[in-house]
Design a protein around this ligand. Sequence first.
Ligand SMILES: Nc1ncnc2c1ncn2[C@@H]1O[C@H](COP(=O)(O)OP(=O)(O)OP(=O)(O)O)[C@@H](O)[C@H]1O
Ligand SMILES: [Mg+2]
Length: 265
Amino acid sequence: MIETENAASTHTIITIINQKGGVGKSTTAVNLSAALGEINRKVLLVDLDPQGNATSGLGVEKAADMKCVYDGLINNEPATNLIVSEVSRGVDIIPATINLAGAEVELMNEYARERRLSELLEPVKANYDFVLIDCPPSLGQLTINGLTAAQRLIIPIQCEFYALEGLTKLLETEKIVKTRMNHDLEILGVLMTMFDKRTTLANQVVEEVSRFFGEIVFKTMIPRTVRLAEAPSFGQSILQYDTHSKGALAYRNLAKEVIDRARTR
Ligand SMILES: Nc1ncnc2c1ncn2[C@@H]1O[C@H](COP(=O)(O)OP(=O)(O)OP(=O)(O)O)[C@@H](O)[C@H]1O
Ligand SMILES: [Mg+2]
């Protein structure tokens, strides 16, 4: 069933986080945004990674002189001046360029540095059903800003041998931010990515992660498919690039699960 009216009147800010590199954060940020947009949710995607993969993944050209999330975090540029509208149906983006790389160090000298992103989003968040934040692969200042701004977290975990490595540190950091700065922070779900059902290893990893996290693991798993890896080079979400593919179906299912959980969690 396609839901149309009555989109949640309250926005949910979801940060996609895992300090481990290459686990599917940006792929999830792009395709979950597009899938939510497709069912008439209004989405703001915030690219918080100097690599700018979510930005280019939705076809936004990264010119060096272009304003990006850096200008909001460091130069007090209002979010409305940074937003690129309708990069996919229902999806706006605050892009990242390589300029954002400087923010990691520059934030160290800023007052209330952990809250910069939260403050940047404050005046615009009510315009959206969902704000999704794509984090870089580290637990530095940018990611702390992502944690402080979030209400909910999605933790993508790649179905591979060292899947659980680093998660203790991530959960510790989450707890510190929750206790000190953001009491309402909760994990919305753990997402298994690059799942290949034919391999014993992938199935073992899912079992292990489920034992560790229990119910919090999303029922939807993202399959490993070449189409998902190809789509960003065309600046398109998987929904556009190959709308009937397994990857597109998976992200549509994830969007439904996210909407359900955001209501109750
Ligand atoms: N389900 C999938 N099937 C096949 N390839 C995938 C899938 N998900 C992601 N990839 C590919 O794996 C690589 C890493 O994915 P992605 O960039 O989403 O991870 P990331 O966690 O954002 O990485 P980083 O930590 O560098 O930001 C990319 O080349 C991407 O295209
Ligand atoms: Mg990424």
